[in-house]
Design a protein around this ligand. Structure first.
Ligand code: TA6
Length: 276
């Protein structure tokens, strides 16, 4: 048994799923008749204070090292702390799990807040991150649902919906580039798209299309570490990059959310599947 123990298992007529209270981390979503849509690393570390490699890590309240580029831990504390379970609503066709996180003490987010994570496991996977300013001063934060998708072979998928959109290419020091045609994985890809559009991942090897719909998400991050970066990650097999692709709904950098007292913001991220 690992330090985190077993995840909560959710099941209805349409899908099964799993998630941890730790990080409000969704680790599995299997629509009926499909293979798991979410990728979890077989070398994932469930014992220590590092983030789980796979599923849907909740990146909050900053992305990477944050806008000041010096914040730790990387990608914020949201994925490293236990969230409170608020309730599980079981229906015949879907199960909804709600978690909250309040007022984590951090010198880098001197704010009074309630973050609510709502995950609905059904024919769609619907994840919402709601942040409310319950204090008396304004604050801002970055967020991402850092979703690891399972793909048959990353080199053979096409990501549609980002054509003509501008991205910041983290592999090229943040260079602004315009996307020409579908996104393909032919090397390390680490890009922050300035785009609120929905995207589609066409996977000819698994014979399915994954639709990613977003609400109130002005960035989409696309990440695949490719050969060298995967080899450098202790919690990813050397060939792990071939079977995963991160498509993240996010609000980061200039799209960080600003909340005045009493305000709240909801970012939504939905996955659905079509067999082809
Ligand atoms: O979202 C992309 C990214 O920020 C990449 O730069 C890459 O490092 C990845 O996330 C994984 O970050 P992690 O802290 O989970 O190892």
């Amino acid at each position: 048994m690992t330090a985190l123990g077993a995840p909560r298992r959710l099941s209805s007529r349409t899908a099964t799923g799993a998630m941890y209270d730790h990080g409000a981390h969704v680790t599995s979503w299997i629509p009926a008749g499909q293979a798991d849509v979410l990728w979890m690393s077989p070398l994932c570390d469930y014992d220590s204070a590092v983030a789980l490699r796979g599923g849907i890590p909740v990146v909050f309240p900053w992305f990477g090292a944050g806008r000041s580029r010096d914040l730790r831990p990387s990608h914020g504390f949201g994925r490293l702390v236990s969230w409170d379970l608020n309730g599980i609503d079981e229906r015949p066709d879907q199960v909804t799990v709600t978690h909250t996180l309040r007022d984590v003490e951090s010198p880098d987010l001197p704010a009074t807040f309630v973050a609510t994570h709502v995950a609905t496991f059904g024919a769609e996977l619907d994840v919402r991150l709601i942040v409310e300013n319950t204090g008396e001063t304004s604050f801002s934060y970055e967020e991402a649902l850092h979703t690891y998708l399972t793909v048959g072979d990353a080199r053979r998928v096409s990501v549609l919906g980002l054509e003509g959109e501008t991205y910041l290419d983290s592999v090229q020091g943040g260079q602004r580039t315009v996307q020409a045609g579908p996104v393909v994985i032919d090397g390390e890809v680490d890009r922050i798209y300035l785009s609120d559009r929905d995207v589609t991942v066409v996977d000819p090897v698994l014979g399915r299309t994954i639709r990613v719909r977003k609400t109130n998400s002005r960035n989409t991050v696309v990440w695949n570490p490719w050969i060298e970066r995967a080899a450098a990650l202790a919690d990813m097999p050397d060939d792990g990059w071939q079977s995963m692709l991160c498509i993240e709904g996010a609000n980061i950098l200039d799209n960080a959310v600003i909340l005045d007292p009493g305000e709240s913001h909801t970012m939504g991220y939905q996955l659905s599947i079509e067999s082809v």
